[in-house]
Ligand binder design. Sequence first.
Ligand code: PHE
Ligand code: FE
Length: 285
Amino acid sequence: DDFLATVAEKSNGAALRGNYEKADEQYVVAQDWDAYTEEEHELWRKLYQRQMELLPGRACDEFIAALHKMDASGGIPKFERTSEELFAATGWRIVAVPGLIPELTFFEHLANRRFPITVWLRKPEEFNYIVEPDVFHDYFGHVPLLFNPVFADYMQLYGKGGLKAMKLGGLDYLARLYWYTVEFGLIKTDKGLRIYGAGILSSGGEVEYCLKPGTPSRHIHLEIERCLQTLYKIDSFQETYFVIDNFQQLFDGTAPDFTPYYERLKQLDALPANTLLPGEVELLP
Ligand code: PHE
Ligand code: FE
């Protein structure tokens, strides 16, 4: 299929990780929870414990509170149980997928309040670093905030925005917004900056790094068009973190029609990941 061919090409012919044979046309599979080994559950517990030691005073309260309610410290969780709790809270569901899925399918899931979670867990040697999203990143990093009504609405809106951006040639820009908010976002609180981005919250090193004063990385207030214009790093810590005041700002800031944004951005060069524009304030000097 087209998608598998594209990914195989991108990764120099290396096979796509995950088993796509039993996936339906939306790339959904059964989680097959019984197939996880005791070693995998043990690795999950270690990943979970390590993150829990890092999160107090760093992750936002909404994330930590929801994570505790999800009660997934004992091993790889059954998606079905969390999915029911999530549906009761915000109308979202979890669906199991074999791994990376096509953009169109991903957006369709989000637009319908379904969050796709990869079924496989990383190998022990990938404890600190993994290239592709696995079940730990997807579940631990992303699911807690889907219990927050405003963030949950933002994610659905993003899915719809993705479907629209595909038609407008805006995907490269919109992907940056996902990266800098959903994956690597920071939020201002009365106790200081906190993390809400899943890419940080599921990573060992970056949880500490992103809130450390004096690093070369930028911490600047999120302006939507500025973010859409900014390149990002996929193989190192971020050089810029965009900070929001609250989740409502995220929702309201992305509610307008992006068509004119894309038209303007197509006339401009992208900004390097470490840009600080005149007038922009470093929020973590
Ligand atoms: N409002 C945007 C548009 O019209 C879509 C969008 C929503 C983008 C939410 C990001 C987040 O294209
Ligand atoms: Fe992710």
